[in-house]
Structures are given as structure tokens and as C-alpha cells.
Design a protein around this ligand. Structure first.
Ligand SMILES: Cc1cc2nc3c(=O)[nH]c(=O)nc-3n(C[C@H](O)[C@H](O)[C@H](O)COP(=O)(O)OP(=O)(O)OC[C@H]3O[C@@H](n4cnc5c(N)ncnc54)[C@H](O)[C@@H]3O)c2cc1C
Length: 478
């Protein structure tokens, strides 16, 4: 016999997944409390200085952001396309070379992108973009804009489209295309926390999200960025009656039979009829007493928030090292890369720098010393093409800080290595029938739009609402 839907739900985690879950539940009339160990909403976006995002900078799948705003009857979000998506700067034998592709949906055609490439590279680019488009289209209705796939659905995908995802190939075999383009295509796998040299070919579909559908800036001025979006969503939830309890760390879940009755926290016990866990999946599993997940963790990160004394506009840059493969050999041997790729996001008088690190909270013993060394490296690379960045102050965010929101600081949970590793876990834990697991470590995957989709729909499932792709399948030129 089906139990009635819970009247009261505790959401653990006020990141984008927890916020989306709380909003869907509150709109359905459920009494919702959100617990979070941090002091403000946003999860990975909420560390460090409060007027910056400390994690996500780039908006992809803009239709999901529009869809969520529509469902919540909020004004349409202000989304401006990034042109180019990113400027890639090369080193070593290609020192001084840049490549600045435009997204197909934004530019309307590939002319400006292909004009920057030799005839051979232009052919390779068009072929690999076409391949990523087909792989994305094939994956969308099973792995992205749908509930976690059943075995039957997986089998149907494998029979009808499986071979088109090159299941026998690694990503590095699939995208081998010369010194300029190979690292460029490989890097998209890091968006799911993968070491690109261990990723399966199927992750090539991620490239279409950026190069086909585009990269977008959100909001303007003080209200710009994903940190501000988290505040807007939390304010909307509060207006709908959601109660937020910040500074509360959950330690353990209290179970009776197959049901969760309460949570022990450092601020006492909380009880509810239904539960949404929007924290790292492996953390929830440990609260339930399940054995530790043996799957390797994906990458962590070391970031810098920089204040600038001039407005440098909005753009994204990626500075490749001379040897991209060596960076990933270092990370695989649990060391800080000696010469990492540097990602730089400029947003007016704010800048954000990120490098990939191994998932080890102790890997940066002195974040300020390491941060200073990275800034010196960045300034040297930036000044090759522009003037040095006018930095007035800066703050490091190291893997130990990211470990507050993610087990061992692994930003996307399990590493998507190999075909099985790239399948995201579903929304349930064994022995916890009134709990759903949502967020960037489970289906459909990491990144803000996918985390919001899982929060919105995992919570929907808990109270018997139908799946809602938030307009995700209406994604422009599919
Ligand atoms: C540096 C960086 C750059 C990124 N760039 C992008 C990007 O450009 N675009 C993009 O779309 N995505 C990006 N991402 C990924 C994106 O930020 C995440 O996938 C997404 O924010 C995950 O949201 P979430 O709600 O699932 O998890 P989280 O944001 O991790 O939220 C989990 C929440 O649970 C809370 N919590 C954890 N443990 C406990 C506990 N014991 N008790 C109580 N509360 C607890 C945490 O405090 C946190 O608030 C980036 C991430 C990082 C770190």
C-alpha cells in the first residue's frame, strides 16, 4: 500500500539542489525546513567573500534557468551570451597562440571559429563538434532530462544508441586531433570532475553544452553571478514559508525500519516525515551506516577570489600548460600539479581563478603561499597578451574548504572514469524509503542546471509529482 505523501520535509543542504527541492515542496504546500552547516545559501558558491561565487561562474543550459524562474513566477533571468565562450591560451611549442571559439547557437554559424584554424584543424573541429552534438542528443532523453534510468531504459539506450557513444574507446582516443585541439576537447571532461585521460569517450557530449548551446553570464552589477541567484532562490523559498537553519551540521540519521525519523546534528535533533538529502551522496550513505563507497573520487579544486581596481568586463580565459598530460599525471599521483591549467573568470572588478587538484583536503599545506605562487604564474601568462591584472586583494579557497561541501573536496563525487563510472547513481539509498538523494553527485550529474533538475525532480518524486524537465529539452538547435 502506498503511504500518503509527507506533510513535513527536512532538506539537508542549501546548495542549488537543496534550494530547488525546497521550492518545489513549498509550492506544493509541504512544510519545509532546510538545514545547512554554512551560514548562507549556495553551497559551493557560498564559500569565501559573500559578494563572489566561490565555485560556479559559468551558466550553461540557460533554458533550465529560464524554466525554473517561470515555474516560480520570478522575472526572467538576465542572461547574456559570452562571446567568445572562452579564450584558450597555449604554452610550450604553441606559446603565444590563442583560440577563441564561439558557440554555434549564439554566433549562428561556425565561420568566426573556423577562421582561426588551419584547414586541417577546421575540418577536425567541425567533425568533433558534430560528434559531440550527436552524442548529446542521444544522451539527453535518457541521462539528462529524465528520471534516473531503469535497467530497461538503459538496455534500450544501449541497443539503439549505445554504439554511437563509442563504448570501447577512451575520450583521449576519440578526440585526438593535434596539439592545438586535443587538450581543448579533453578539458570538457573536467566539468564532471574527470581526469580527461581516464574518461570514457561518452563524456565528449559535454562539449556540445558549451560549444553548441553556449555559455552565459547571469545578471548585472551587484546582482551578477550564481552567488546572487542562490540568494534570490532562498529569499523566494522564505517567502513561501520555508525555514532555513544555518550553522547546523548533520552528524547522523535516525532510522526505524526502512524509514528516516530524524537527524542528529550539532544543534540537537530534528524530525520530519520526509527527507531530501542534498549533500554529497557518500556522506548520506555514511549517515545511514552503509560501507564506504570504494569508487575513486573525482577532482577537487584550488581557487582564488581576486578584487581588481578597474572594471575589466566579463570574459573567460584558460591558460594551458606546456604539457597538459603531465598535469593529470601529477593529479593521479595525488600531488599538486607543478604546472596547472589556469582558468580565469573576469566579472567587472571581480575575478575568479581555478585549478584542478587531487581530492585530498590536505594537499595545499599553506593556501596563501600557494595562492601567491599561482598569482605570479597567472600574471606572467596574462601579461603575454594583455596588461597585468590590477589586483588589490585576494582570498584563497582550498580543497579543505571545499571539503565542507563535498567528501574529500571532490567537487562532483565519484570520478566519471570508465563507462560504468560515468553512470551517475540514482535518487535512492537502500533502507531509506522516505528519503531522496539529490544534487551534483547523483543523476543527472554536476553543474548548477543539473543539480537544480535533480533537486526539483527528486523532491517531486518524494511527494508524487510528475517529472518536469524545466524546459531542458527545448534547447535551441538540437
Ligand atoms: C570551483 C568550482 C567551479 C565550478 N564551476 C561551475 C560552473 O561554472 N558552472 C556550473 O554549472 N557548475 C560549476 N560548478 C559545479 C557546481 O557548483 C556544483 O555542481 C553545484 O553547485 C552543486 O550543487 P549541490 O546543491 O548539489 O551541492 P553543494 O553546492 O555542495 O551543496 C551541498 C550543501 O550541503 C551542505 N552540507 C554538507 N554537509 C553537511 C552537513 N553535514 N550538515 C549540513 N549541511 C551540510 C553544504 O554546506 C552545502 O551547502 C563548479 C564547482 C566548483 C567548486
Amino acid at each position: 500500500m502506498n503511504r500518503p505523501a509527507p506533510q513535513s520535509v527536512m532538506v539537508i543542504g542549501a546548495g542549488f539542489a537543496g534550494l530547488a527541492a525546497a521550492l518545489r515542496l513549498a509550492r506544493a504546500g509541504v512544510q519545509v525546513t532546510v538545514l545547512d552547516r554554512l551560514e548562507r545559501p549556495g553551497g559551493k558558491a557560498a564559500l569565501g567573500w559573500p559578494d563572489f561565487s566561490s565555485g560556479p561562474t559559468v551558466v550553461t543550459m540557460p533554458q533550465v534557468f529560464r524554466g525554473l524562474h517561470q515555474r516560480l513566477e520570478l522575472p526572467e533571468p538576465q542572461l547574456t551570451p559570452a562571446r567568445p565562450t572562452t579564450t584558450y591560451h597555449y604554452a610550450g611549442k604553441l606559446a603565444g597562440r590563442t583560440f577563441a571559439p564561439e558557440a554555434l547557437a549564439v554566433a549562428g554559424n561556425l565561420d568566426s571559429t573556423l577562421a582561426q584554424l588551419s584547414r586541417q584543424d577546421a575540418r577536425r573541429y567541425a567533425r568533433l563538434l558534430g560528434l559531440s552534438h550527436r552524442m548529446y542528443r542521444d544522451a539527453a532523453s535518457t541521462f539528462i532530462f529524465a528520471p534516473p534510468p531503469s535497467r530497461a531504459k538503459l538496455a534500450r539506450y544501449a541497443l539503439t544508441k549505445g554504439t554511437r557513444a563509442f563504448p570501447w574507446m577512451s575520450l583521449s582516443q576519440l578526440v585526438r586531433s593535434g596539439p592545438l585541439l586535443t587538450p581543448f576537447w579533453l578539458r570538457f571532461a573536467t566539468y564532471l570532475g574527470a581526469n580527461p585521460y581516464k574518461a570514457p569517450a561518452v563524456l565528449h557530449n559535454i562539449a556540445w553544452v558549451e560549444l553548441g548551446l553556449g555559455v552565459w553570464h547571469l545578471g548585472e552589477g551587484e546582482q551578477a553571478g550564481l552567488g546572487a541567484l542562490a540568494q534570490t532562490l532562498a529569499a523566494e523559498a522564505e517567502a513561501l514559508g520555508v525555514r532555513f537553519e544555518y550553522g547546523v551540521t548533520v552528524k547522523h540519521l535516525i532510522r526505524s525500519g526502512n524509514r528516516i525519523m530524524g537527524a542528529h546534528t550539532d544543534q540537537g535533533a530534528f524530525s520530519a516525515q520526509g527527507w531530501v538529502s542534498a549533500v554529497d551522496r557518500s556522506l548520506t550513505a555514511s549517515w545511514l551506516g552503509h560501507p564506504p563507497d570504494p569508487t575513486p573520487r573525482g577532482v577537487s579544486g584550488f581557487a582564488l577570489q581576486l578584487r581588481l581596481d578597474r572594471d575589466l568586463g566579463r570574459s573567460h580565459h584558460l591558460f594551458f600548460p606546456a604539457d597538459y598530460h603531465q598535469e593529470w599525471r601529477d593529479i593521479a599521483s595525488v600531488q599538486l600539479p607543478s604546472d596547472p591549467a589556469l582558468y580565469l573568470h573576469l566579472d567587472g572588478q571581480r575575478a575568479f581563478v581555478l585549478i584542478n587538484t587531487p581530492p585530498n583536503p590536505g594537499v595545499v599545506p599553506d593556501p596563501y603561499a600557494y595562492g601567491a605562487a599561482l598569482i605570479a604564474k597567472l600574471q606572467a601568462r596574462f601579461a603575454e597578451k594583455y596588461r597585468p591584472l590590477p589586483i588589490t586583494s585576494w582570498l584563497p579557497i582550498d580543497p579543505a574548504l571545499y571539503a565542507l561541501t563535498a567528501e574529500r573536496g571532490a567537487l562532483y563525487g565519484q570520478a566519471p572514469h570508465g563507462l560504468i563510472g560515468s553512470l551517475r547513481p540514482g535518487w535512492h539509498h537502500h533502507g531509506a524509503r522516505n528519503l531522496v538523494q539529490v544534487g551534483g553527485t547523483v543523476h543527472p550529474g554536476g553543474g548548477v542546471p543539473l543539480s537544480m533538475l535533480s533537486g526539483w525532480n527528486g523532491a517531486g518524486q518524494l511527494i508524487g509529482l510528475p517529472y518536469d524537465d524545466l524546459g531542458g529539452q527545448e534547447s535551441g538547435p538540437l
